[in-house]
Design a protein around this ligand. Structure first.
Ligand code: A3P
Length: 331
C-alpha cells in the first residue's frame, strides 16, 4: 500500500477514534487516568486507538502465533517459552538472545501496533503478544480460516490482582498518590481496570478455545507451574515444532523448562539491570516483570472476606462454562 494511502487511512482511524471517545462511557482508572468502556472492556484512549489500528490495518500471515493474556497472568514466562521453543535449534543456551535482552524484547506486543513505525521481523511463524480481548481482535485474525493460532495463559484472579497491584506501584508516576490495596481490590472486582473485566477477558478466549481447540491453546499458570516440561511439549506441538524423540532423549525439554524458569530468568543480569522500552516511550525495568512467581501469594494480601468475594464473582461468572481456577497444587 502506498505511503499516501496509509497516511489517509491512519487519519481516518484517528478521526473515528476522537469521535468515539466523546461518546463512550468513562471512568477513572489506576493512576487517575481515564478509562473508556469500549465494546464491553475498559481501555485507555491509547489502547483503543491501537486496537482500532489493528482492526483496520493489521495484515496477518496465516502462520502467525499470538500469545494472549490478561495482564500479570504469566506473559513474561510464556514469551520466554514460546521464543525458546521456536528457536531451539538456532541458539545455544550458553549464547542465547534471552541472556542479552529481556523476554519483552524477544517479540513484539501487538497492542502497540501502528500502521507506520511498527517493526515486525519476517521470521515464520511470527510471534506476537497481546492483552487485547478476543472480541476486539479483528475477525481476519480470529476466524479459524485465517490460519492464525493463539496461546492463552490464564491465572487465578486473586494472584493476578496481587501481581497487578505490585506492578502498578512500581510503575506509578511520582506525582500520583499510591493506590491502596483496598482501592485496587474494588477496581478489580468492578472490572474497571485496563482490559477488564478480568472474567470476561478469560471467558472470551475460553469459549473460543472450546469451539476451536486446534487454534487456541488454553493454559493455566498453576498447571504450567506443576508440570513445566509437559507444557513445553504441548506448546511445541501446538506451535508446529514438536519435540523429537532424539531431543527428548538429549534432555532438551528439561533444558527449555529450566532456562525459562522464574529462578533462572530472574537471576539473569539482563533482567536485574536491563530495561524494556515500551513503544509509547515508557521505560520499564525488566526486573518489574519478575516478583515472586508463585501460586497462592494472594494469601499474604487478601482478607478472608476479600477472598470470598472474589471467589464468589468467579464462581458466578464461570458458572456453566466448565472453567475452574487453578490446577492441582504444585508439588
Ligand atoms: P507475581 O507478581 O505473582 O510474582 P506477566 O508476565 O503477565 O506480566 O505476569 C507477571 C507475573 O508472572 C509475576 O507474578 C511474575 O513474577 C511472574 N513470572 C515472571 N516470569 C515468570 C516465570 N518464568 N515463571 C513463573 N512466573 C513468572
Amino acid at each position: 500500500m502506498s505511503r499516501e494511502r496509509v497516511d489517509h487511512e491512519e487519519e481516518q482511524t484517528l478521526q473515528q477514534h476522537a469521535q468515539l471517545l466523546a461518546e463512550l462511557p468513562r471512568a477513572v482508572g489506576t493512576f487517575q487516568k481515564d478509562l473508556y468502556l469500549y465494546q464491553g472492556y475498559w481501555l485507555n484512549s491509547g489502547s483503543i486507538l491501537n486496537t482500532m489500528f489493528i482492526q483496520n490495518h493489521f495484515n496477518h500471515h496465516s502462520t502467525d502465533i499470538f500469545l494472549t493474556s490478561f495482564m500479570k497472568s504469566g506473559t513474561t514466562w510464556l514469551r520466554s517459552l514460546m521464543f525458546t521453543i521456536l528457536n531451539r535449534s538456532r541458539f545455544d543456551f550458553s549464547d542465547h538472545p534471552l541472556l542479552r535482552k529481556g523476554p519483552h524484547d524477544c517479540f513484539p506486543l501487538l497492542d502497540s501496533y501502528k500502521p507506520k513505525d511498527y517493526v515486525i521481523t519476517d521470521n515464520s511463524p511470527r510471534l506476537f503478544a497481546t492483552h487485547i480481548p478476543h472480541k476486539l481482535l479483528p475477525p481476519s485474525i480470529t476466524d479459524p480460516s485465517s490460519g492464525c493460532k493463539f496461546v492463552y495463559v490464564f491465572r487465578d484472579p486473586k494472584d493476578v490482582l496481587v501481581s497487578m497491584w505490585h506492578f502498578l506501584l512500581k510503575l506509578k508516576p511520582k506525582e500520583v498518590h499510591p493506590l491502596s490495596f483496598d482501592q485496587m481490590f474494588k477496581m478489580f472486582c468492578e472490572g474497571v481496570i485496563i482490559g477488564g473485566p478480568y472474567w470476561d477477558h478469560v471467558l472470551g478466549f475460553w469459549s473460543a478455545a472450546l469451539e476451536f481447540p486446534d487454534k487456541i491453546l488454553f493454559f493455566k499458570y498453576e498447571e504450567i507451574k506443576r508440570d513445566p516440561e509437559g507444557h513445553v511439549k504441548k506448546l511445541a506441538e501446538f506451535m508446529g515444532v514438536p519435540i523429537s524423540v532424539q531431543e527428548e532423549e538429549s534432555g532438551m525439554v528439561k533444558k527449555i523448562a529450566e532456562f525459562c524458569s522464574f529462578e533462572n530468568l530472574n537471576s539473569l543480569e539482563i533482567n536485574k539491570t536491563g530495561d524494556h522500552k515500551a513503544d509509547n516511550g515508557v521505560v520499564v525495568p525488566n526486573q518489574t516483570f519478575f516478583r515472586r512467581g508463585e501460586v497462592g501469594d494472594w494469601k499474604c494480601h487478601l482478607t478472608e472476606e476479600m477472598k470470598d468475594q472474589i471467589d464468589r464473582i468467579t464462581h458466578d461468572k464461570f458458572n456453566g462454562s466448565g472453567l475452574t481456577i487453578g490446577g492441582a497444587p504444585p508439588k
